[in-house]
Design a binder for this molecule. Structure first.
Ligand SMILES: Nc1ncnc2c1ncn2[C@@H]1O[C@H](COP(=O)(O)OP(=O)(O)OP(=O)(O)O)[C@@H](O)[C@H]1O
Length: 305
């Protein structure tokens, strides 16, 4: 595994993509061969190296997308359609195993749809140079990965020369700046092995800040605010309002989903509801059940900060 990790870092040069791969790897329990294939595709093709540098606006359209994992008998996603315009926020909800992460994996082309199309700015993502596509995506996984080094290096993707002003701005938006300022060596504080221990919520916020540093056109948060308390999470959404990024946010929290422009509710790989909070309340029995179950538990504090 260590060899794979080092190889991943060399090939991708991108810690966001690296953590994405590691998460995809551990969840998929993929073979080492498959892993290598993914990494080579990420770093080695001619197409990759010669990206046009064009930054998409972030208009994302899923057109009747179905997906089956290689060797699996059944589709994991069935005829998924939705549209997120530049700067909009889509919340994705659904029970465990309903296909949320699989859907997200299609966007940076870790997998390709079995049928249907994903369009970015009106162009099939299969026709985008992979480098441009992946550079445009900021991804924060469920389990954030920090590497051994300073907070500064972690935020700057291993580049200790990255401007502190820029990193601080991202850290403020991600609601982690104040915590960092309280560490003994502030942004120079080491994390990871032999570094300070960070809470789950602090790791999530650092990981969000790291994604923001890249100014992505598409920001994907895969249940990566689960450990934040309501107040911190609200402050985060408020701070992200000025971002031009299109956001896809997997969440279990109705409060978070209600603040999105639209909600996509998945049930066993199918769209069971799609619309605003109010529209889903009116249309979807499943959504009403989720809302009901969470209002019963209202007042419970979610995780640490
Ligand atoms: N690499 C894989 N190969 C085969 N099946 C997979 C693979 N990855 C996921 N699956 C299956 O696909 C289905 C959807 O999984 P997925 O991780 O997308 O769901 P999810 O909604 O994100 O779940 P969770 O909320 O637990 O993260 C599940 O049945 C899962 O077992």
């Amino acid at each position: 595994m260590v060899a794979i990790v080092n190889y991943a870092l060399r090939m991708t040069g991108s810690f966001s993509m690296f953590s994405f791969i590691i998460v995809a790897y551990s969840r998929a329990k993929a073979s080492a061969e498959r892993m290598e294939e993914v990494l080579l595709a990420d770093g080695g093709t001619e197409e990759q190296e010669s990206g046009s540098g064009r930054l998409p606006a972030g208009d994302l359209l899923f057109e009747n997308v179905s997906f089956t994992y290689e060797g699996a008998e059944k589709d994991v996603l069935h005829g998924i359609s939705f549209h997120v315009r530049p700067g909009e926020k889509l919340a994705i909800m659904g029970a465990t195993g309903s296909g949320k992460s699989t859907l997200l994996n299609l966007i940076p082309r870790f997998f390709e749809p079995t049928s249907g199309r994903v369009l970015l700015d009106g162009r099939d993502i299969l026709d985008w140079p992979l480098k441009d596509l992946r550079n445009a995506i900021g991804y924060v996984p469920q389990q954030s990965m920090l590497f051994t080094g300073s907070i500064h290096e972690n935020l700057g993707w291993g580049d200790s020369e990255a401007g502190l002003d820029e990193l601080e701005e991202a850290a403020r938006k991600a609601q982690i700046h104040d915590s960092v300022e309280r560490f003994p060596e502030k942004y120079g504080t080491r994390v990871g092995q032999k570094g300070v221990n960070l809470s789950g919520g602090q790791k999530q916020r650092l990981s969000i800040a790291r994604a923001l540093v890249r100014h992505p056109s598409i920001l994907i948060l895969d249940d990566s605010t689960s450990a934040l308390d309501v107040k911190t999470e609200n402050a985060l959404w408020e701070a992200l309002e000025g971002e031009r990024a299109t956001m896809l946010v997997v969440t279990q929290k109705v409060g978070t989903a209600a603040g999105a422009d639209r909600i996509l509710l998945l049930d066993e790989g199918r769209v069971s509801g799609y619309g605003t909070h109010q529209e889903l309340l009116a249309q979807s029995e499943l959504y009403r059940q989720i809302v009901e179950s969470q209002s019963t538990n209202a007042g419970e504090v979610n995780g640490d900060v």
